[in-house]
Structure formats: C-alpha cells, structure tokens
Design a protein around this ligand. Structure first.
Ligand code: 5GP
Length: 187
C-alpha cells in the first residue's frame, strides 16, 4: 500500500528533523570533545537517525551495532522481555558509550540496554533518542538527548517501520487508527 493511504498526518517533517539533528549533533560534539566516543545503534529502527546524526558530528567517533528482539513490548503491549540477537563487536570497557535509538516508549528496551552495557564498565554511558513517548513510560530511564517528545500514537518513517516497511519515508508520520488496530502484539 502507498504511504499516503496509511498515514493520518506527518508529525515531524524533514526540515524539522534536519534542524533538530543539527542541534543534537552540536551538543554531542561539544559534550564528547576529546573523549573516546562509541555510538551504539540498535538495529533496525535507529539506523537512519544514526547515519544522519553521525554525518553532522564534528568529533572523532566509532559506531557499532547490536540487534535485539522484543516480545510483547512496544506500542501494543507492555509485558515485555528483550532478547539479544546480535552483540556489539567493540569492547566498550573504559570507553564513552552513547546509545542511539529511534524511540523510547515504555522504556523497557532502554532499561535492558543500560543494564547490559553498564555491566561492561564503560567510562560513561549515555542515551540519545530521536523520539520519546513520556506518557507511555513504565520504567524510568535517563535520557541525555531527546529529539522530540511525541504523544501516544503509533509512528512510522525515518527508520521506524510499520510491518517492516516504510522505514525509508523521510519524515515521521502517524499511522491511521484503522491500521494500528491490525498490529500484532509482538514487535
Ligand atoms: P519500549 O516500549 O521498550 O520503550 O520500546 C520498544 C520498541 O517498540 C521500540 O524500540 C520500537 O521498536 C517499538 N515502538 C514503540 N513505539 C513505536 C512506534 O510508535 N512506532 C514504531 N514503528 N515502533 C515503536
């Protein structure tokens, strides 16, 4: 189906995304100047955000990836468990780690990641999320950089999928309610 058939409205357009990313990149570049920065990206949703963000950073950094699967968490259900599918390649002990995520919803995924990485004793551990749904939070997680606080609606585009598609949309959009009702509980 074409994107315009399933989208209710555009929530964050591409110019607004671009402007906010420049601000975030400037803040991160200044905060991590002279540090041993590793950007850690959660596949797959965070990839678009990461690649646009890193191109605007003015400091040296590395990137690394991990993949997780989430059962019964995310927008539809909050009972969740998170499982590691692919681990980082980098040893993060003693390094300055910044997790780059697409969205923090209930907070359970981020809570899992923070515990996982903290145990590896990085020099510092921070979080940068493009989107934040504070009204859905079940677990409090510290967020150092937030692109946009958004309402409790299912969003897609700019890396975020609906049924594994539409990640390529250059904006963040709200899914029409009728399609949201058809989403499975498992994300
Ligand atoms: P959590 O509830 O653990 O904070 O978020 C779990 C995951 O649910 C997120 O990483 C994301 O993959 C997914 N998720 C939560 N809200 C949305 C949304 O509005 N749209 C999409 N596409 N995924 C979401």
């Amino acid at each position: 189906m074409r994107a315009d058939q399933i989208i209710e409205r555009i929530l964050v357009d591409r110019e607004t995304l671009h402007r906010r990313l420049a601000e975030l990149a400037q803040a991160i570049s200044s905060d991590y100047e002279g540090k041993d920065l590793v950007l850690v990206c959660v596949l797959k949703g965070g990839v678009t955000f990461l690649t646009d963000l890193m191109r605007q950073l003015t400091i040296l950094h590395e990137v690394d990836f991990l993949a997780i699967s989430s059962y019964g968490i995310g927008q539809r259900d909050s009972s969740g468990a998170v499982r590691l599918i692919m681990d980082l390649k980098a040893d993060i002990a003693g390094r300055d780690v910044l997790i780059v995520e697409d969205i923090v919803d209930t907070g359970q995924t981020m809570d899992y990641l923070l515990r996982l990485f903290q145990a590896r004793e990085p020099a510092s551990l921070g979080v940068c999320t493009l989107l934040n749904k504070p009204s859905r939070r079940l677990v409090e997680v510290p967020l150092d950089y937030i692109g946009f606080d958004i309402p409790d609606e299912f969003v897609l585009g700019y890396g975020l999928d609906f049924d594994e598609k539409y990640r390529n949309l250059p904006y963040v959009a709200v899914l029409k309610k009728e399609y949201f009702d058809g989403l499975p509980d498992e994300t």
